[in-house]
Ligand binder design. Sequence first.
Ligand SMILES: [Zn+2]
Ligand SMILES: [Zn+2]
Length: 135
Amino acid sequence: MSLVDSNAVFESRALAIGISQDTVNALGLRGWVTHATFAFSAPHKKEAEPKRTREDPASNKKNAAEAAKLKRLRRTPMPKQLRGGTPCDDNGKPYCFAFNLGSCQNGDDCKKGMHLCCKKGCGKKHSYVSAHKGS
Ligand SMILES: [Zn+2]
Ligand SMILES: [Zn+2]
């Protein structure tokens, strides 16, 4: 592709996506006439962003799975008494609802979740109902 051809292609494309002829001309005057010259105007860009744009299917898939899991956890319906609380912390670790209701008989290694306050931003070692509901 000759420079003239790619100029023409760029120009018609720019016009097609709504960039005015004036802008195209201005870009041309400044020497940013093609995508190629635009790209080469920042020769170190590629090194500055390592791997960011590179596809890594495995990690993308894993991240997507993690995100979905977190989303599902966040959607977990809260018991009525724990309204205002969150089902899990920012890392997706679940709180023990029973502990927050003051009714869990398990120790701190409870399998249902962490024995910490489920109130958003609290996370202290007390049950939600005893610390935030009065009575
Ligand atoms: Zn528990
Ligand atoms: Zn609390």
